[in-house]
Design a protein around this ligand. Sequence first.
Ligand SMILES: NC(=O)c1ccc[n+]([C@@H]2O[C@H](COP(=O)([O-])OP(=O)(O)OC[C@H]3O[C@@H](n4cnc5c(N)ncnc54)[C@H](O)[C@@H]3O)[C@@H](O)[C@H]2O)c1
Length: 380
Amino acid sequence: MKFGIIGCGLMGREFAVASSRWPALLNTSVQPEIAGICDVNEDLYGWYTDNFDSIKIVTKDYKELLASDDIDAIYCAVPHILHADLYVDIINAGKHLMGEKPFGIDLEANEKIMAAIDANPEVFVRCSSEFPYFPGAMAIQEFIQKNPWGQIISVNAGFMHSSDLNTDKVINWKRMINVNGEYGCMGDLGMHGLHIPIRHGWIPKNISASLSNIVTERPDGKGNIVPCETWDNASITCEVDHPQDEYSFPMNIKTYRIAPGETNTWYIEILGTEFSARFSTKNPKTLETMHYKTGGVQEWRREDLGYSSAHETITGGIFEFGFTDAMLQMWASFVEEAANPSKELPIYGCIRPEETLMQHKILTAALKAGKGKETVVFKK
Ligand SMILES: NC(=O)c1ccc[n+]([C@@H]2O[C@H](COP(=O)([O-])OP(=O)(O)OC[C@H]3O[C@@H](n4cnc5c(N)ncnc54)[C@H](O)[C@@H]3O)[C@@H](O)[C@H]2O)c1
């Protein structure tokens, strides 16, 4: 499958490297090849062209990739303000699309993308989100399918960063409302926290949110101090009706840019009356579980998981799984499903467009709740 990459920054490079690790995968039917790259910043081209002989098109104009018959699919990893225009053009050009979250800067932008998807049913479209491919996260998803919790007491999930604690850190587009969007940290990190809840039908019936802008100005790297208006931290609290059983439970989703000590920490914890489980990328090979019987001991069990994956690889089970493995697994899911449209991967398939729409509805309600200091009744 010949890919064009639009947006050659942080995430574009990760995909390019994942494509060259493809021999690690044992049972995939198709291999991605980087056939073209596009970025407005020419300085980024050299790393790609030095490392990937397959690249035939290098351009500042993404429409050149869309016009090429040598490109089957696009990975688009650009700032949020550009998602709607570029994703719609990509889909209308008939290219399969892996788009980055939040899949539109806001709900209105997401709806434009959804309309293009509806108008082009032959195009395969998914959204990137890699953390659920960690073995511990896969184990949690398998538990969710079996529903072993007794009654769920609470679900806690989220994504944490800490580099913004440094007030000397120079502002970038993710801290600018006009480029990143009004969601602030929720737009950038929310899909990560919501991936597993949405996939498994844990949809809020009401939402409240606490939003904080802790660092209100930052250096611009040119000697000036400029406003930094985006939300740094968001705690979203929801009430969720259990999808199968007759009760509701609280779900707390945190997206923090300022969580002291945390570096790219993605976590999910489900506490139940009979069974609890949690996984965090802070301890990337450790799965924690607790079985509880009335009157018995309350003892968390910690298990070091070896390497295991949704798509089989050459890597031995005695080794550890990491971020780049999660990227490879996510890409394997995308390429397999794009190449074999009838082969839907129920748990391990990438985020579907309708799930990005649900994410936007939740984040839009959380923004309203947080700004208005109210509880918003959530309608699907
Ligand atoms: N899945 C993840 O874990 C993850 C992590 C980080 C970022 N992201 C997402 O990836 C996307 C990009 O983020 P990033 O961190 O890679 O940003 P980045 O700033 O490192 O890269 C974005 C690139 O887009 C380029 N660009 C801007 N306008 C363009 C245009 N008109 N045409 C072509 N290129 C253009 C920029 O020059 C830049 O190189 C965002 O949607 C972000 O939310 C996802």
